[in-house]
Design a protein around this ligand. Structure first.
Ligand SMILES: Cc1cc2nc3c(=O)[nH]c(=O)nc-3n(C[C@H](O)[C@H](O)[C@H](O)COP(=O)(O)OP(=O)(O)OC[C@H]3O[C@@H](n4cnc5c(N)ncnc54)[C@H](O)[C@@H]3O)c2cc1C
Ligand code: SF4
Ligand code: SF4
Length: 407
């Protein structure tokens, strides 16, 4: 199809912790050793390379969210049909193609055989970006398209990616040698295989094939949309989590240390947006990307309310008790609707919700690695993650201390 390329890519090399970002399918599968966030990540060095400085714990929220110039609550004035939220992510990419700032964009489209399965594509026409709107669940080898993109003569690229893809991209950026590279990142957590995700959908509705949209919203509800236009909202506490197998989320996604895509030029999420989108503009290129939207985007200052400590402590206790399985809340069924009603009203909101989620993910990483891959803690967990969990009494044992943490 003109405007969208789906080159044939090679098979994945067998790897331990791996989300098949695509590097192992490229011309140099050994590059995984220096590119993978699951092997020996170096966040301070890459943050400095990409943003000109590593995160500064003295600057508000950088310990949690990584280096950024500013954070915004945002929405497109005219939400794009089919978008996960209002479509800021794909609209930025459309504008890059429209204005000729890039030759091509690497992103995910739905697989023609399964709309929930991500399929990496090279897009060269702005009007084709609409096909990539919306979130799919699963892994797909986005970075395997770097070589085909180069071979097609694309020298100026934009990439839309999740954190484990963006880490590998940044680790190899200098050797890749593209003339320009823009990275639009989304946060990511709790991803799983597309097959597992279909099992989850089947527990949510009698006709799972009619579900066209799912989102875990910041107001503690899952929103489902259906092919006939219906919308259903389910409080988190009433999700059928207890019916999922303990290994529903792969170890990769229970232990990855970058929730907010700290190496992107701009991160487009929703966690800190209180019902709108949440932008982290991280560097000069991020400013350029946001400026492309002009007055198509409506922005305001993010809010913050509630206290996260109780929620994170409860999550820690549940995760420890689950002993490697899914953390379930101990609560009688009759209480669940009441607490489900209360949570969006008294729980952490806005930036406090985002801080809570980042800390929960950090807590989860430590607990699961200690149980399943204790030897990896030393190389996989950066010092800033230990700093995030220390307020909950989790501190590195001698064998777990990252080499450069110094204390
Ligand atoms: C698995 C997953 C988990 C997420 N979890 C969170 C979260 O916890 N908190 C949060 O704030 N945000 C999360 N996000 C991001 C969020 O869902 C929205 O994608 C983001 O807010 C952008 O919305 P939008 O309307 O601008 O996106 P759109 O304009 O609709 O574009 C979405 C873009 O996402 C890309 N994409 C879709 N599926 C995948 C996939 N499986 N892998 C890689 N890229 C994909 C596509 O290339 C597409 O361009 C997650 C995204 C994914 C894929
Ligand atoms: S770099 Fe990518 S392909 Fe290689 S091991 Fe890591 S996630 Fe897998
Ligand atoms: S949760 Fe982490 S490891 Fe899993 S897909 Fe998202 S960024 Fe990758």
């Amino acid at each position: 199809m003109p405007g969208i390329e789906t080159p044939v890519i090679g098979p994945a090399a067998p790897r331990g912790l791996c989300t098949d970002c695509g590097i192992s399918r490229g011309p140099d599968p050994k590059a995984c050793g220096r590119a993978c966030q699951f092997i020996k990540p170096d966040y301070p060095a890459l943050e400095a390379q990409v943003h000109g400085r590593a995160r500064d714990p003295a600057r508000p929220d950088e310990l949690h969210f990584g280096p950024h110039r500013r954070m915004l609550r945002a929405r497109l004035a005219k939400p794009a049909p089919g978008a996960q939220w209002t479509g800021i992510t794909t609209r930025i990419a459309e504008r890059l193609l429209d204005t000729g700032a890039v030759d091509a964009v690497l992103a995910m489209a739905p697989d023609p055989a399964d709309a929930w399965k991500p399929m990496p594509v090279i897009v060269t026409r702005a009007e084709d970006m609409a096909r990539c709107r919306g979130m799919r669940m699963g892994y797909a080898p986005l970075l395997a398209l770097l070589e085909p993109a180069r071979a097609a003569g694309h020298r100026r690229l934009a990439i839309i990616g999740i954190p484990c893809q963006v880490y590998a991209l940044r680790a190899l950026e200098r050797e890749l040698g593209f003339d320009r590279l823009f990275v639009i990142g989304t946060p990511c957590s709790d991803n799983t295989t597309t097959e597992n995700f279909h099992r989850f959908l089947a527990l949510l509705d009698e006709r799972p094939e009619t579900i066209t949209y799912l989102e875990f919203r910041a107001d503690f509800h899952v929103e489902l949309r259906f092919a006939d236009g219906r919308v259903r909202e389910i409080p988190f506490l009433q999700l059928p989590i207890s019916q999922l197998p303990g290994d529903f989320f792969p170890l990769t996604c229970r232990t990855c240390v970058d929730y907010t895509n700290v190496l992107a030029d701009i991160t487009v999420g929703y966690m800190g947006g209180q019902g709108e989108q949440w932008l982290l503009v991280r560097n000069e290129r991020g400013e350029e990307l946001l400026a492309l939207l002009g007055d198509e985007v409506v922005t305001s200052t993010p809010g913050s309310a509630g206290k996260r400590d109780g929620a994170v402590k409860g999550f820690l206790a549940n995760t420890e008790r689950a002993a490697g399985g899914l953390p379930l809340r101990r609560m009688p069924d009759w209480l669940r609707p009441i607490v489900g009603w209360l949570m969006p009203r008294i729980g952490p909101r806005g930036l406090e919700f985002a801080r809570a989620r980042v800390e929960m993910k950090a807590v989860e990483t430590i607990i699961h690695l200690r149980r399943e891959e204790p030897r990896r803690l030393k190389s996989m967990v950066p010092a800033h993650v230990w700093a995030l969990v220390s307020r909950y009494g989790l501190t590195p044992r001698d064998s777990e201390r990252p080499p450069s943490s110094g204390g």
